[in-house]
Ligand binder design. Structure first.
Ligand SMILES: C[C@@](CO)(OP(=O)(O)O)[C@H](O)COP(=O)(O)OP(=O)(O)OC[C@H]1O[C@@H](n2ccc(N)nc2=O)[C@H](O)[C@@H]1O
Ligand SMILES: Nc1ncnc2c1ncn2[C@@H]1O[C@H](COP(=O)(O)OP(=O)(O)O)[C@@H](O)[C@H]1O
Length: 289
């Protein structure tokens, strides 16, 4: 019987850039939560690594050999002697290069499935090390629970237990490459920017207070991404015009934009209206937690 896991989309509720290291990597402070919208990954354990990618967005994910699922599996195999691998099947539903961390979520799901197949506990340090070696967003996707992410993505704060937030995710089906968005910030290597993000223990655990605080914070990658992909402007305007939208912001390096609502019903109604008005867009009503 193959094991199955969900690879949930990551949403950056906030993303403050706090500088750039001399090696070119950017330092971040980001409040990360996870959506109900997800890819699905199964593993049939065995001695050899194999991967099949199917699903509506499979073609955009690129060749199977470069897939982050295979990369994560190889990273763990390099750290765990005699690791049982096996045949992965990825059903790809999330848009690719979308600021949703879909590839990172798939990689983290692969690590969780391999841990299960090999009897490794979830806190085995080699899982975190393999996640770090696979991509900046993979460590936070390992637990897929709300927390602060800092540095280049490898420093994780305590789990926050935030309230579930009814949301609509909208992607205009324009891929936005992460590397180009960071580059467009034009921050010189070796720059430090003072932190302006609330500490973990200052993040409210009550919904209205949380949304009020989020409104005072930002995503620093939104301006360069909007300049690169003007479709994002149209998505932001359309979400902001839906009844009951409480906060509208881009996730990660874009182009996906989230809208937060007071109730799941408001989110569903907004998603229905957006789908009708913009049949070419990817629109999902979901809960963020
Ligand atoms: C911006 C964020 C926010 O969560 O998400 P996405 O928009 O990609 O989903 C992440 O920091 C992205 O994470 P991830 O997509 O895993 O990035 P990687 O593949 O490891 O890095 C892609 C490239 O982006 C640049 N990069 C990435 C992260 C970072 N903190 N500083 C950087 O300068 C580097 O040039 C790197 O080579
Ligand atoms: N399993 C995967 N799913 C999506 N993209 C993948 C995957 N494996 C490798 N990639 C590559 O990773 C890049 C980033 O994809 P993705 O994780 O969807 O970006 P983002 O984090 O911006 O949403 C894409 O250019 C894609 O070719």
């Amino acid at each position: 019987m193959p094991h199955i896991d969900r690879a949930s989309a990551k949403i950056n509720l906030t993303l403050h850039v706090t500088g750039r290291r001399v090696d070119g990597w950017h330092r971040l402070e980001s409040l990360v939560v996870f959506a109900g919208a997800a890819d699905a990954l199964t593993l049939d354990p065995g001695p050899a690594l194999a991967l099949t990618v199917a699903g509506p967005t499979a073609a955009a994910a690129g060749p199977d050999d470069d897939n982050l699922v295979a990369k994560a599996a190889r990273a763990l195999a390099a750290r765990v002697p005699g690791l049982i691998l096996g045949r992965f099947v990825l059903v790809k539903r999330l848009p690719v290069a979308a600021g949703l961390g879909g590839g990172s979520a798939d990689a983290a799901a692969a690590l969780r499935l391999l841990a299960r197949a090999n009897g490794l506990p979830p806190d085995d340090a080699r899982l975190y090390e393999a996640a770090c070696a696979t991509g900046a967003d993979v460590p936070v996707c390992l637990a897929s629970r709300s927390r602060m992410m800092r540095g280049t993505g490898h420093e994780l704060g305590p789990l926050l237990g935030l309230p579930a937030l009814p949301a609509v995710l909208v992607n205009p089906r324009v891929p936005v490459p992460t590397v180009a968005v960071f580059k467009a910030l034009a921050i010189a290597p070796g720059t430090d920017i003072a932190s302006s993000h609330p500490a973990d223990d200052r993040i409210p655990t009550e919904r209205e207070a949380l949304i009020a605080q989020l409104a005072d914070l930002r995503n620093d990658l939104e301006p360069p991404a909007r300049a690169m992909a003007p479709e994002i402007d149209a998505v932001i305007a359309a979400l902001a015009a839906t009844a009951g939208a409480r906060l509208v912001r881009m996730s990660g390096s874009g182009a996906t934009v989230f809208g937060l609502y007071a109730t799941p019903r408001d989110a569903l109604k907004a998603a229905t209206a957006l789908r009708r008005a913009h049949p070419g867009w990817w629109v999902r009503a979901t809960m963020l937690r």
